[in-house]
Write a protein of this length. Structure first.
Length: 377
């Protein structure tokens, strides 16, 4: 067998083909001269190149210059022993973005000079960890919200009442100050009202929802307001099953995300927001208190071509009071994280200049009317 031959032929299909292509992780086989001689379907998706084209490339053409993967392959070939490496960035100009993976490299038993490389994308694993952190942050603000509602709103009512009484007996010049007291008291009450939402622990009333109807409604609302200057692009999977959710809360989630995207773009010409939906089987989340893993096959994305999220804010983006807006309260994305978490879902953000994606993974309606295990317990 020459190095140009695939180790597993595509036609006719073999059991080995089926097993290899069923794996959710990219797998490639590298020959002695560094050429890619075989790959599975997940590898095609990861490198965004078909198997026939992959076989025309050397491994070094597909990874960053000086990548640790190249060293690992040589190490395995020399020692004949498998090695692992964690959190390796394989992002290249050809495949930009978040491409951090765990590497599992091993010799091929039948051909000692051939090496098998499996890539395990960290985005899903990290997403699970971060989402549990986001839910913890949302829960931590619940006690604060309850305290604020009780301890602040009552005194504010007294302050506002006193200011209104003073307004009746002061000179015109001083009425400006009494109005300022009333206006600022009202502003604090509105902030506390927003925070009270976090203390709402009632079960979410859910039903089968067509996400495309929700997104169309959100788009119409945004186009008549904050996003009137932005071009919308729809990339929908028309065969998508219903999502098991609360319609009003979904509208709140995606209106917030679209509003943030439009404000990030600003008044720049060429601003674009892409709304997309897709079915991604295989994503499951294990959460404390749930006996079974929650399947999250429905993916909804809001992508914009704005300047992106500052790198230092990314780890804390869904925490309360974190915002890039001069007049923002920093509660919008924290509330979005709480709503998505109450539905047993995940929200994650990937950002670089001209390409910011908020990705929501949600459970689908199974047809039995049962509420999926909540992910916030």
């Amino acid at each position: 067998m020459t190095t140009a031959e695939p180790l597993v032929t595509a036609t006719p299909a073999t059991p080995a083909d089926a097993v290899l292509n069923a794996l959710p992780h990219p797998v490639i086989v590298v020959s002695a001269d560094g050429k890619v001689v075989d790959a599975n379907v997940a590898a095609e998706a990861f490198f965004e190149v078909s198997v026939p084209l992959l076989r025309r490339h050397l491994l070094r053409d597909l990874v960053p210059f000086g990548s640790p993967l190249l060293t690992l392959v040589e190490q395995v070939r020399a020692s004949g022993a498998a090695v692992n490496e964690y959190k390796v960035d394989l992002g290249t100009p050809r495949n930009p973005g978040d491409r951090v993976v765990d590497l599992h490299v091993a010799p091929l038993p039948e051909r000692r000079d051939f090496v098998v490389v499996m890539l395990q994308e960290r985005t899903i694993a990290d997403k699970m960890d971060r989402q549990l952190t986001h839910r913890g942050a949302a829960r931590s603000v619940i006690a604060l919200a309850a305290m604020l509602a009780h301890e602040i709103k009552n005194p504010l009512s007294g302050i506002r009442g006193a200011a209104q009484l003073l307004e009746q007996s002061v000179e015109d010049d001083d009425r400006t100050l009494t109005r300022l007291i009333c206006d600022e008291a009202d502003r604090i009450v509105k902030l506390v009202d927003r925070m009270e939402v976090f203390a709402d622990e009632r079960p979410v009333e859910r039903e089968p929802i067509n996400i495309h109807v929700v997104l169309d409604h959100v788009k119409r609302l945004a186009q008549s307001g904050v996003a009137r200057h932005v071009k919308f692009v729809e990339d929908y999977d028309p065969s998508l099953p219903p999502v098991w959710a609360n319609r009003d809360q979904l509208v709140q989630v995606f209106l917030n995300l679209v509003k943030n995207a439009a404000e990030s773009i600003g008044e720049n010409s060429g601003g674009e927001i892409v709304l997309s939906t897709a079915f991604r089987p295989g994503v499951r989340l294990s959460v404390p208190g749930a006996k079974t893993r929650i399947s999250l096959p429905l993916e909804f994305c809001v992508r914009d071509n704005g300047p992106g999220v500052p790198e230092e804010l990314m780890p804390h983006l869904f925490d309360p009071f974190v915002t890039t807006k001069p007049t923002g309260s920093g509660l919008g994305l924290a509330l979005v994280a709480k709503i998505v978490g109450d539905h047993g879902g995940i929200i994650e953000c990937e950002s670089q200049p001209r390409r910011t994606i908020f990705r929501v993974l949600m459970p689908m309606y199974t047809g039995d009317g049962a509420v999926q295990p909540r992910g916030d317990h």
